[in-house]
Ligand binder design. Structure first.
Ligand SMILES: Cc1ncc(COP(=O)(O)O)c(C=O)c1O
Length: 414
């Protein structure tokens, strides 16, 4: 994207859209309206080009070679870690562990905490609005250790029942693990207050940030959060890559995750010593190209600016919510006061899958189903929802297409 100072907001949007080649794709003879950004976001050309250029000119294994190409690859890879650390406000790149994504980051903490000594009588606090990725690893840990998983309820409008959280938080709590922004409801949780309340009694907090950083500036130092997990692919970067941020002292205290190359200091049959953080948690050849591509995606976002992104997405959220409410049979699920640009809904008694199929024929991509939050769907007594999730490159015209598609579906299933 290049722009003159006199450019209008619409012209800027058109320029930004042109950075994302997938947005020109035709589906069933129509230009795609891609409204499934919470599942994964599209990639700007600069990210695609950077990955391609890495493989064309710089590809070598990292941390192992004396030869020049390996040193170039290692430097570029480690520079990406510094860039990512800076972007999320980490105090040092030592606090940035590369993983396969949010799921892997949470599993890493759950596995390592298990070895560290969580046991019977201890509790882990999560909420009713968690993604399965922030439920199942803790369930497995509780099964292994005898600890108890406690679940903070969610209100009818989709907000955390904060009084309940305060009641449940105790000296038995070993960790609070909560979603920053709900993928199903769009709710933005009051994470600053959560971290500060948990810290009053010395309880560490892990935040599942998979859905937060695409919409807002996340600064882990400012939040004072202990662990923060995110996925590159939701942030306009490549798939299969993500980050676990952890405070240095906490990461140092944890045992290693998986064993293998790179995570060791010295191996002997009599015993092995381990590498320093973050390498202690990164066994095997990493996804080098993804780290570099992700750093490029963050540069791209920085250039766009979160102020513009926030303005754009606030408009899309307000416009979609008011337009959807024109449809008589619509039930919006999740109307928290503080919301990201995600709208989940049901169309009368029509199954979300049927609605999604009609929309797909019109070139409109939405997600249908439980969105990996089955307990949340049970909380609302529904099988799932249709979810439209917006990124900064979406338009009001795409929302108009969604709404006219829903009117069509309503007639078809009446
Ligand atoms: C809130 C939330 N947490 C965790 C995840 C898992 O992310 P990943 O599949 O990239 O590991 C997702 C993905 O949809 C999510 O929305």
């Amino acid at each position: 994207m290049s722009e003159s100072p006199l450019i209008t907001s619409r012209e800027k949007l058109d320029l930004v859209r042109a950075d994302f080649p997938v947005l020109a794709t035709q589906v069933h003879g129509q230009q795609i309206a891609y409204l499934d950004n919470a599942a994964t976001s599209q990639k700007p050309q600069v990210v695609i080009d950077r990955i391609s250029s890495y493989y064309q000119h710089e590809n070598a294994n990292v941390h192992r070679g004396v030869h020049t190409l390996s040193q170039i690859a290692t430097d570029t890879y480690e520079d990406s870690r510094k860039r990512i650390a800076e972007f999320i406000g980490a105090g040092s790149s030592r606090e940035v562990v590369f993983t396969r994504g949010t799921t892997d980051s949470i599993n890493l903490v759950a596995a390592c905490l298990g070895v560290q000594g969580i046991g019977a009588g201890d509790e882990i606090l999560i909420s009713e609005m968690e993604h399965h990725s922030n439920i199942v690893p803790w369930q497995l840990l509780c099964e292994r250790s005898g600890a108890k998983l406690r679940v903070i309820p969610v209100s009818e409008s989709g907000e955390l029942e904060y009084d309940e959280f305060e009641r449940m938080l105790s000296e038995r709590t070993k960790l609070v693990a909560l979603v920053h922004v709900s993928n199903s409801l769009g709710t933005i949780n009051p994470v600053r207050r959560i971290v500060s309340d948990a810290h009053v009694i010395g309880v560490p907090v892990l935040l599942d940030g998979a859905q937060a950083a695409p919409h807002m500036r996340v600064d882990v130092s400012d939040l004072d959060v202990d662990f923060y997990c995110l996925s590159s692919h939701k942030l306009f970067g490549p798939t299969g890559f993500g980050v676990l941020y952890g405070k240095a002292a906490l990461l140092e205290a944890l045992p290693p995750y998986q064993g293998g190359g790179d995570m060791i200091d010295e191996v002997d049959f009599a015993g092995t010593t381990f590498n320093e953080i973050p390498h202690k948690f990164e066994a095997g050849t990493p996804n080098i190209a993804a780290a570099i591509g992700f750093a490029t995606a963050l540069d791209y976002l920085e250039e766009l600016g979160y102020d513009w992104i926030a303005e754009q997405e606030a408009d899309l959220l307000a416009y979609s919510t008011s337009r959807l409410k024109e449809i008589e049979g619509i039930r919006i699920v999740g109307e928290a006061e503080n919301k990201a640009s995600v709208v989940s809904f049901l169309l009368g008694n029509t199954h979300p899958y049927d609605v999604g199929t009609v929309l797909d024929r019109l070139g409109i991509a939405v997600r249908t189903g439980h969105h990996c939050t089955q307990p949340l769907m049970k909380r609302y007594g529904i099988p799932g929802t249709v979810r439209a999730s917006f990124a900064f490159y979406n338009t009001r015209e795409e929302i108009d297409r969604l709404v006219s598609g829903l009117f069509k579906a309503e007639k078809m299933f009446a």
